[in-house]
Design a protein around this ligand. Sequence first.
Ligand SMILES: Nc1ncnc2c1ncn2[C@@H]1O[C@H](COP(=O)(O)OP(=O)(O)OP(=O)(O)O)[C@@H](O)[C@H]1O
Length: 742
Amino acid sequence: MQKMSCFFPLLFVCLDVCVVHFIRLAQHSPLLLSCPFVTLWGGGLTRASILLFLSSTYPRAMPWMSSSEGLHSLGVLCFHFPAYTSVLWMLGRPVMEELWGWHSWERVLQGYVVTVVAWLYWTRYVSSFLVSWARYISSWFTNVSAEKPKEDDSGASLKRLLGYMQPYVGRFIFVLVLVFLSSYGEMAIPQYTGQVANWIMNEESPDAFTEAITVMTLMTLASAVLEFICDLTYNITMSRIHASVQGVVFQAVLKQEIAFFESTTTGELVSRITTDTNDMSEALSEKLSLLMWYAARFGFLLFFMVSQSWKMTLLTCMGLPIIWIIPELTGHFHQTMARKVQESLAKANQVATETFSNMKTVRSFANEDGETARYRKRLEETYSLNKREAVAYATSTWASSMTTLALKVFILYYGGTLVTGGSVTSGGLVSFVLYELQFASAVEAVMRYYPEVKKAIGASEKIFEYLDRKPQVPPDGTLEPKNLKGHIQFQNVSFSYAGKTEEKSLVLKDVSFEIKPGQTTALVGLNRSGKSTCVKLLERFYQPQSGVILLDGKPLDKYKDQYLHDKISVVSQDCLLFARSVKENIKYGCEEASDDDMYEAARRACAHDFIDKLSNGYNTDAGEKGGQVSGGQKQRIAIARALIRRPKVLILDNATSDLDVENEYQVHQHLLNQNDHCSVLLISNKMGVVEKADHIIVLDNGMVKEEGRHNELMEKHGLYADLVEKQNTGFQRKGEDMNSTE
Ligand SMILES: Nc1ncnc2c1ncn2[C@@H]1O[C@H](COP(=O)(O)OP(=O)(O)OP(=O)(O)O)[C@@H](O)[C@H]1O
């Protein structure tokens, strides 16, 4: 099978050569002698048909030959020469040699070289470039936002990025004009060096020399200044766009429902907002800018090269893929060797790490020499790989410089023949060689930066994912009554975090209770009985699967979100402070409150006295997550933060758990005895605190088990009495344990 697939190319070439010579004989027949163009095109067609027939019918032909790439190459092989000759004829150039010498060995070989070069261009650069542009253009005509985002949808992402760039369109046009002018200015050195060379050769006009030098200097200076202004404008604009994209993504993330934050890690969120946007903007600032520069240079260089000599330009373009491919092949070998060296080094390191971490065992068995020998053996392996890597590196660098050199020499040789033939001046050749030096690197840079920019644009899709995500929250309500009593009713509420309605996944099951205006209601129960879940539903973090929660007789979701969070304030056990001053923490979300309101709220939370004693009073920094103040102080600041809004419903979910008995008693006395018609929902494991509530609701496994006042519930001898008893026994036992240890 392997033999057969090698045999096919040989067969292909032999048949091709036979066909070419058969056509050549036909060309000399009296019938076709007078119309060489017909033979040229007809011969191309016959050649293509026969080769196509062979490729499609020969059983062991290479499948590649029937692919679009194969057909494309076949087309180039058979028709490039007729096309070239026809273009020459249309331009009025002599074509005798081409018409009668097309079948020579030299021409046939040249045809194969052209086909290989065309194939390299097509597969490596043109096709991917065309595909991406086709995709990009089609994204302008289709509503991509309605489609599911694709992995490599850089066209759609680019469209969206351009949307952010729209306000700065004037600046971008300015930048493009500068890029254009500055790149044009860079052409001065090769152009005028050529003119200087002409002057030196001919010494025609002494003024021409001074003029060329002056223009060259001025243009180069102007180009440098324009480049500076352009870089500055571009980078400032990109930073602006970066900041605005970051701001929009941050806002979009904040609008998501609470469940989203529970299922997405903080690291992931921060990474999207900072790292991903940074990567994208860095790639766009740096690489897009380079791509623009090199693309403009490429355009100008190509233009000036063609204007000097289109033949030499064609030769350069044909040589470029070859000078990229050869170093790439040798570079591939070098990379493989480098990877092997890394792996071998890692193995040697592993021996060292293992030995050091088990040093006691090594010493116990007196095996230091054994380990040293093992390490040395690994190093020997690395050394032998290093030698091969050095050879590969040298070969790769040598191949790279040799192919570049070969192309230059070839161009110089060919240019020299053109100069002797009189079609190019000596100065023109000098200019061309200088253009060509820049041209290869410009093409290489465009080829390198284009995929990188495309990748960066594609990566921005990740950022847009958050912008596109619709928060799973019901639409905001409209109610914001002036007078709110703070009357809450849970009516047959069932809820599951997983959004399922089966009994086993329900966290709250048909829960109904009431929090009367101005009263203190306590919610008690064993751990995981669903107390905090009730609070989360009151905060509208989640929606119940069935049942309804009423506030003053109206469903909770009919109220405006901002209004609801002003009227229902929650202080939970894990209340966090921000790394800002105590003052900013208390006024959080309520910045318009006066300092007097703040002091009052702090007094009601029993926080004023200790805040006053802090090093900077209310201006003391609370530290990261409130780390500069104690747990109890943090909780009192959080209560003040809740009270400053003058809520109608205050929820304390284990909010005083970190306070000592004395302080906790004080805080509760303050909060529960205030006559400001605020309903309080108290969740606490400390039954001594709970017993003072006006109404106590006992939850068990997501269901309301009992409710009433402390005395009523104690008389029932149910779950509540049990909880109280257990806590008392617990305290007693703890006391006894402590006594016995004393
Ligand atoms: N975000 C969440 N996602 C999934 N399940 C949750 C979530 N929060 C709580 N739960 C589950 O819901 C049930 C009730 O939890 P909840 O926190 O409401 O109980 P609790 O009575 O307040 O408990 P505790 O006294 O320990 O705070 C528990 O089984 C818990 O594991």
